[in-house]
Write a protein that binds this ligand. Structure first.
Ligand code: F6R
Ligand code: ZN
Length: 192
């Protein structure tokens, strides 16, 4: 049985909780997620930067609890593509809420039936991610980008489809700032 608790919304406070799982993703963990493969190899030739970290507390009890986490994506880009998360679908149904705490980011979404869209993420703002929409976040600013996520328990995170097919849109740096462009390499599932 979980008892009520309060928690500061920063990674250090999360880390003090016993139930927290910390995940660190470096460029080598996601080399095929970035579109500019030459930039990936060139950067890996000099080191292996941490792209993002997240800390999550998964609800494992028998009731209808909630799981939650906090993610920090560092500033930077691989080629023109901003540092971003791998991205995933929720394999079983389950919606999610993201709330931005710090920095400037973009939420990249794709539905299983072929729609795609991007939403700006700004401090104090909330994004609602309906079930069935694969989601990835990118840091489009110059500072750390940090947001909180809350989702129902027992959701299997499906990374496989994203790893295999990618996202229909890439978020890249241009002379006019961040822009979402079509991903020329995106393969729609079910087509060759
Ligand atoms: C949970 C969720 C987030 C992400 C986190 C890292 O359902 O969407 O907490 O898990 O932002 O991104 P991924 O999981 O894509 O590496
Ligand atoms: Zn999710």
């Amino acid at each position: 049985m979980i008892t009520p608790f309060a928690l500061a919304l920063d990674p250090a406070a999360f880390l003090e909780m016993k139930a927290t799982k910390e995940v660190v993703r470096r460029l080598s963990d996601m080399r095929h997620h970035f579109s500019d493969k030459r930039a990936v190899e060139r950067i890996l030739g000099q080191g292996d930067p941490v792209i993002y970290r997240f800390w999550e507390v998964e609800y494992t009890g028998p009731e209808r609890g909630l799981s939650f986490g906090i993610t920090t994506i560092y500033p930077g880009s691989i080629g023109r593509e901003y540092y971003m998360t791998k991205g995933h679908f929720h394999a079983s149904s389950g919606d999610e809420i993201y709330m931005t705490l710090h920095g400037q980011g973009c939420l990249i979404l794709q539905s299983r039936d072929g729609q795609s869209q991007t939403l700006d993420m700004v401090p104090g703002g909330l994004c609602y991610l309906p079930s069935g929409w694969g989601h990835r976040t990118a840091n489009t600013g110059k500072e750390n980008f940090t947001f909180v996520s809350i989702w129902p328990p027992n959701i299997e995170h499906d990374y496989q489809s994203v790893s295999q097919y990618g996202f229909p849109q890439l978020v890249v740096a241009t002379d006019h700032g961040p822009e979402a462009v079509e991903n020329p390499e995106f393969i729609r599932p079910g087509r060759s």
